[in-house]
Design a protein around this ligand. Structure first.
Ligand code: ATP
Ligand code: MG
Length: 261
């Protein structure tokens, strides 16, 4: 269970995340939605301690993550893998080598510096690629893969870390709807098999509703909606995005059915 308790992060006088509280049971798939600047990325970055909170607590299985430092902090970062918005894959290296980079955080320093991998580690990397349907591309440089293929490799790299918690910041940016749905289906499949908790910041509420158990709607750093995807209707979306913005979101007919219910 991940518990976020009254969490705030200020940049100057402005709070990017403003007194956020939520509890995420292990194994849940949570979609964080909201307009640009709502605080979605900041919330994810706080959870894996890429940035420090100004106030509040982050508890994972009763450990106060906000207070960790040194080795314990590094261990936490490898337990909650982050797939960032700007994918940090290295284009000229093969998919396998990129996935192996996910192991660097959890291997002895002398080996990570020399980038020496054991056959077992190479096997784990191939397994991770297979789980996202990319084993056929193991030897190809990442730069020649499609956008969607690159996202899948980024997920495989996170999986190689064997995290408890997978954080994905805008993992679908630049993908069309079928590609986005495919990448989310791969994440969902992993969640079902491993029971890994997944928290994704998503810019398309329609995809979020289809793929997530629970939706957190943020606006101006605060949570303005927290509920099952099936209970998110037009009224709630207007509250999150504002009325005019909702009309430009091209939401599916399903949403109208939900809001009419
Ligand atoms: N390092 C920083 N320094 C100063 N302000 C920041 C920093 N990071 C984020 N902010 C501010 O915090 C607020 C929330 O930003 P954040 O990136 O979390 O929003 P977001 O919901 O992820 O937006 P987007 O949908 O565009 O990715 C914004 O007003 C942003 O300008
Ligand atoms: Mg963001």
């Amino acid at each position: 269970m991940l518990i976020i308790d009254d969490l705030t992060r200020r940049f100057g006088p402005e709070a990017a995340v403003d007194r956020v509280s939520l509890a995420v049971p292990a194994g849940q798939v949570v979609g964080v939605i909201g307009p640009t600047g709502a605080g979605k990325s900041t919330l994810l970055r706080l959870i894996n301690r890429l940035i420090d909170p100004s106030a509040g607590r982050i508890l994972c299985d009763e450990v106060d993550v906000a207070k960790l430092n040194g080795r314990a902090l590094r261990a936490w970062r490898s337990e909650c893998a982050m797939i960032a918005a700007q994918f940090t894959l290295v284009g000229q290296l093969s998919a396998t080598t990129n996935v192996l980079a996910g192991l660097l955080a959890v291997m002895p320093q002398w080996r990570s510096k020399a980038q020496i991998f054991t056959p077992r580690e190479r096997g784990l990397a191939l397994q991770a690629l297979a789980r996202v349907g990319m084993d056929h591309a193991a030897r190809q440089p990442v730069a020649v893969l499609s956008q969607a293929g690159q996202r899948r490799v980024a997920i495989a790299r996170a999986l190689a870390q064997r995290p408890k918690l997978l954080l994905a910041d805008d993992p679908l940016v630049g993908l069309d709807r079928p590609q986005a749905t495919g990448v989310m289906a791969a994440l969902r499949g992993i969640n079902r098999q491993d029971g890994m908790t997944v928290i994704c910041a998503l810019s398309d509420p329609d995809v979020a509703m289809a793929a997530c158990d629970r939706i957190i709607g943020m606006r101006d750093g605060r949570i303005v909606f927290d509920g099952a995807a099936a209970t998110l209707g037009r009224k709630q979306l207007c509250n999150i995005y504002g009325g005019v913005a909702v009309d430009s979101l091209h939401l599916s007919e399903k949403l109208d059915l939900v809001s009419a219910a």
